[in-house]
Design a protein around this ligand. Structure first.
Ligand code: ADP
Ligand code: ZN
Ligand code: ZN
Length: 732
């Protein structure tokens, strides 16, 4: 008896054996394809499983094997290459294969639902209708007419009947007689066609030619181009080539970068035929986009992280824009990097992948410098505009208002008076990060986390930025009932207040996740700022991604020191990326613009580097430091985390794990921990971690398999949860 080996979305890291459903004939079992969905009993639940292989025998004794209930697909819906990618990723990231394979399907196909892609409603003949002799409906001419149309074969759109004057009522009568059935028409294939591109400058032309030279087989490329250097134009022309070959292009964009502005740029060049996939869509929209990608109806697929698992009919090109962006790495559950999987996918699909950024991740730069990736540099801004100059403002002993020195306030004033726009960057939302009692010293703390509550004045609330906790803003100290409550530190709301007072003649736009609620908020802002009239933009990271503000002539970082003292080994890289990206918003419309960094440490080497060196130079120096320290990308990391109700449970689990694995680890691997995580208690759980360092990817992989296997064997008491993070981005 053949055995069906299934991946089932459960936390268990294994495949499950089932007998084929009884209804299936030997020939049907023979024809089963990996990736087909089956409904199965799993414990007391019914779940949807995914066929991985049909095996000749099972380790489970025959009598213990259960039958799968039902086959949901007669042919596999995801592309075989996507299945291969999922299984590879499940092994690489040591995540349960069923939960990974689930991502190969849109949410609309996850609960055992039949494959009925959304589309225009249509009608076809039923089994019975097909066997009906001519003239069988002699007494009902309208029904006969409808039937005749259907007998010409295939599905007929509802609109066609309406044009012929056949009402839905007539069709419903055929349906009731069991002669006709409803169905949906797949979306029509719209060929995306490229409008004319810009005349490329020599650097752009060299990049396009260099990338196209290897088109048609696997190759990875880094496109390293300063902000505004015309990377997007390079992508667009490569996509035009891809479409000309009849291939499809997959474009991955950071969470926050998938803006109407970005889409508009693609639509203007290529018209329709673009499928868009992101978490803001409803299930029907995602299903339709997924189907258009899978069937090849859409020439271009643009999406955020999880779009890397979208099946394509004829993949030719994969682009990861702003590849350094941390939103490409999922930070919980299945902790994959969509950027790294894009390279793996291109290898499986035998196609071209391009990672583009003004501030490439050191991982990517390392690969390019080692010759594993093609490396194309755009060192100059496209068009006429120059890169802005960066200067520091030494704020020591200065009087600050809303965090701004007199020098900065003056710079803002002259910029506005000259008719330009100003962008101020402050990466902390809310009014102030601390509320303290002046009488007794009490500080507002989150009850569930090792963290202070942030004051949100607009909402009159205290909110935790690590969990969902919140409470109303007290007017008296809960400890001593004193009424002298002080705020310490600075958030965007506070700076906004000062700006509104001091620059009341100009509009002030605060841009953070509190002020930009709702789908249209950001677009409305972008439209308004797009008029070019003088105004002040004040915001968090949200401002630095994906948006172009051509009228901005002054960019200032209000608290550059906030980035300076990070405990994370990636701290300096992040700071350089963020500041370079912020600075890149300035001077896009011809004029070079200015960038000011406010700091108490103007002589700090990292600050000096920011002022004097390009990101390209800084990145190469940081890479040298990583080489000396053996940290990624010049070594590999993996992290095993536990969450538990008290600190000792997690530490005991990780201590036991350490003892089990330490003599079996591959040579050169080192264990660090168990240690409490930097923010140990969050949302009521205590987090501990065990870090593994390895010399290279092969050793890290062996270590990951070993750790996951041993952790699975250990008893997890008191509701302890553990998870493994391969190539972690944050060590928290
Ligand atoms: P990036 O993606 O690197 O930030 P963009 O592709 O957005 O850069 O280009 C920045 C600006 O330069 C855009 O306004 C774009 O239209 C313009 N641009 C790009 N390439 C060229 C070119 N070859 N000739 C003229 N202008 C260009
Ligand atoms: Zn008090
Ligand atoms: Zn909290």
């Amino acid at each position: 008896m053949p055995i069906l080996r299934l991946a089932i979305p459960t936390p268990l890291r294994s495949l499950f054996d089932y007998l084929p459903p009884a209804q299936l004939s030997a020939a049907e079992i023979e024809a089963l394809q990996p990736g087909c969905r089956l409904r199965v009993n799993f414990g007391r639940r019914q779940l949807q499983g995914y066929l991985v292989e049909v095996a000749a025998d099972s380790e489970v004794p025959g009598s213990a094997l259960k039958e799968a209930r039902e086959l949901l697909d007669t042919e596999a819906l995801p592309a075989p290459t996507v299945l291969q990618l999922c299984l590879w990723a499940a092994d690489y990231y040591q995540h349960p294969p069923g939960e990974v394979l689930e991502l190969a399907f849109p949410p609309g196909l996850r609960g055992g639902k039949p494959h009925q892609p959304p589309g225009a409603s249509a009608w076809t003949l039923s089994q019975r209708g097909r066997g009906l002799p001519d003239g069988a409906l002699g007494r009902s001419p309208r029904q006969a007419e409808a039937l005749q149309l259907l007998q010409q074969g295939g599905a007929v759109a509802g609109t066609v009947f309406r044009e012929m004057g056949i009402s839905t009522a007539i069709l419903r009568q055929l349906e009731q007689k069991g002669l006709a059935e409803r169905c949906t028409l797949p979306p029509p294939a719209v060929t995306a066609q490229a409008g004319p591109g810009l005349a490329l400058n020599p650097d752009q032309a060299a990049a396009v030619a260099g990338i196209l030279a290897g088109y048609g087989s696997f190759a990875s490329h880094l496109l390293e181009g300063v902000t505004g250097s015309g990377k997007t134009e390079v992508y667009l022309q490569l996509i035009a080539h891809c479409l000309q070959q009849g291939d499809q292009a997959l474009v991955l964009i950071p969470e926050i970068g998938l803006t109407p502005q970005t889409l508009e740029r693609f639509r203007t060049r290529f018209g329709q035929g673009i499928a868009v996939l992101h978490s803001g869509l409803n299930a029907t929209e995602r299903y339709a986009a997924w189907e258009a990608a899978r069937t090849g109806a859409a020439g271009i697929v643009i999406g955020t992280r999880s779009a890397i698992f979208t099946s394509l009919q004829r993949p030719g090109l994969i682009i990861v824009d702003e590849e350094h962006d941390s939103s490409f790495k999922q930070q919980d559950g299945f902790r994959y990097s969509a950027r790294d999987l894009a390279v793996k996918r291109a290898q499986i699909e035998n196609c071209t992948v391009i990672l583009g950024s003004a501030t490439p991740a050191l991982e990517t730069l390392h690969n390019a410098l080692q010759g594993r990736y093609g490396h194309h540099q755009l060192a100059l801004r496209a068009g006429s505009s120059e890169l802005p100059e960066i200067a520091a403002i030494d704020v020591r002993r200065q009087e600050l208002q809303g965090g701004m020195s007199a020098e900065l306030r003056e710079a803002v004033r002259t910029t506005l008076a000259a008719g330009h726009q100003v962008l101020l960057f402050l990466n902390r939302r809310g009014y102030a990060p601390t509320l303290q009692c002046h009488d007794c010293g009490w500080i507002a703390q989150c009850r569930a986390c090792d963290a202070r509550l942030t004051v949100h004045r607009r909402q009159r609330r205290l909110r935790c930025h690590h969990c969902s906790a919140g409470e109303s803003l007290p007017s008296r100290c809960p400890q001593c009932h004193g009424n002298r409550l002080l705020t310490n530190g600075l958030g965007t709301e506070q700076t906004e207040d000062v700006l509104r007072l001091q620059f009341s003649a100009w509009p002030v736009h605060r841009v953070d996740s509190d002020s930009m609620q709702g789908r249209g908020a950001m677009q409305a802002l972008v439209d308004e700022v797009g008029t070019g009239l003088p105004c002040i933009l004040l915001g968090t990271q949200m401002l630095t991604k994906g948006h172009h503000f051509p009228g901005v002539n002054l960019v200032a970082v209000i608290d550059a020191d906030a980035l300076l003292f990070s405990a994370d080994f990636r701290g300096e890289e992040r700071m350089a990326q963020l500041l370079t990206q912020v600075a890149g918003r300035a001077g896009r419309a011809g004029d070079a613009g200015r960038v000011l960094l406010q700091t108490h440490y103007p002589d700090h080497p990292v600050m000096q580097a920011m002022l004097q060196e390009s990101y390209a130079v800084q990145a190469r120096r940081m890479l040298e430091q990583r080489r000396q320290s053996g940290m990624p990308p010049c070594g590999r990391l993996l992290l095993l985390r536990t969450d538990s109700a008290d600190a000792s449970t997690g530490e005991a689990f990780l201590g036991a794990l350490r003892r089990k694995v330490q003599d079996q680890l591959p040579a050169g691997c080192q264990l660090i921990g168990p240690l409490p995580s930097p923010l140990q208690r969050r949302a009521g759980k205590f987090r501990s971690q065990l870090l593994v360092t390895a010399a290279d990817v092969r050793h890290a992989q062996r270590a990951a398999r070993l750790l996951a296997a041993e952790a699975t064997q250990l008893p997890a008491r008191n509701g302890l949860n553990w998870s493994i993070d391969v190539d972690p981005l944050d060590l928290g």
